[in-house]
Ligand binder design. Structure first.
Ligand code: SAM
Length: 231
């Protein structure tokens, strides 16, 4: 668990102050429990960045506030969360950050001319079946610019005790409290995710981001080759 220490983190969470108490609480909990500060460091400082499954938009907004040269688009299947993300972003000062939000159906990845410099997932892929997850990652790999980066943050399946506790929390969020939408609950390991990105032809690496956290956060990065590979 880590508090929002930096001025940028505190600024971003303050944007949700006028939101209903439950949403304010949810966004604060997301910050304390997800390694957003470390994750931001993995995202290129400039260019078009897409966050798929942005939820209330805290991480997308943080990406935009930490670098004005990032043009950030957050998409989600949940129209209520996108409405909240837009309301919060409306409190940004003119020119403070470039971030927009829109609803996008499951499995669809918005396309832009030249492709995305970076596409980010933060705790989304466990909400899809393995088949749909792989299809979505393939769409994303295809939507990247040459040299573009896919950043996938999930909760790993190891170590088992930490993983089971995190999975139980997600069962509660999706099935009991119903605060998270999704097609399924199927937790991928970092190894599985890296294997998928390898097979898609991306250059991959995996890291852990769980130092100081209760959840076994993991990160898988995949870079699209800059030039078509020979053969
Ligand atoms: C645990 S929340 C994470 C939200 C945000 N990324 C964050 O880190 O705070 C998971 C989000 O994924 C969204 N989601 C689930 N399935 C999705 C899909 N197929 N495509 C896009 N978003 C999806 C949910 O609506 C929810 O907002």
């Amino acid at each position: 668990m880590k508090p929002p220490r930096s001025p940028a983190a505190r600024r971003v969470l303050a944007l949700w102050r006028p939101a209903p108490r439950g949403d304010r609480f949810h966004t604060a909990v997301r910050w304390w429990t997800a390694p957003f500060a470390a994750l931001e460091q993995e995202v290129p400082l400039a260019g078009d960045v897409l966050e798929v499954g942005c939820g209330h938009g805290v991480f997308s907004t943080y990406l935009a506030v930490t670098s004005r040269a990032r043009h950030v688009v957050g998409v989600d299947i949940d129209a209520d969360k996108i409405a909240l993300a837009r309301q919060a972003a409306a409190h940004l000062e003119p020119g403070e950050a470039d971030v927009t939000f829109r609803v996008s159906p499951s499995g669809e990845v918005p396309r832009i001319d030249g492709g995305w410099r970076c596409i980010v997932f933060a705790d989304v892929l466990y909400l899809l079946t393995r088949e749909r997850r792989e299809a979505l990652l393939a769409e994303c790999a295809d939507a990247l610019a040459p040299g573009g980066l896919l950043v996938v943050k999930e909760v790993d399946t190891a170590p088992p005790v930490k993983a089971k506790a995190a999975q139980l929390q997600e069962v509660l969020a999706t099935r009991v409290l119903r605060i998270t939408d999704g097609d399924a609950l199927d937790f991928p390991s970092a190894e599985e995710l890296q294997g998928v990105l390898d097979r898609l032809g991306l250059r991959t690496m995996a890291k852990r981001l769980d130092h100081g956290y209760l959840h076994p956060h993991c990160l898988v990065l995949g870079t699209r080759p800059a030039e078509p590979s020979a053969g």
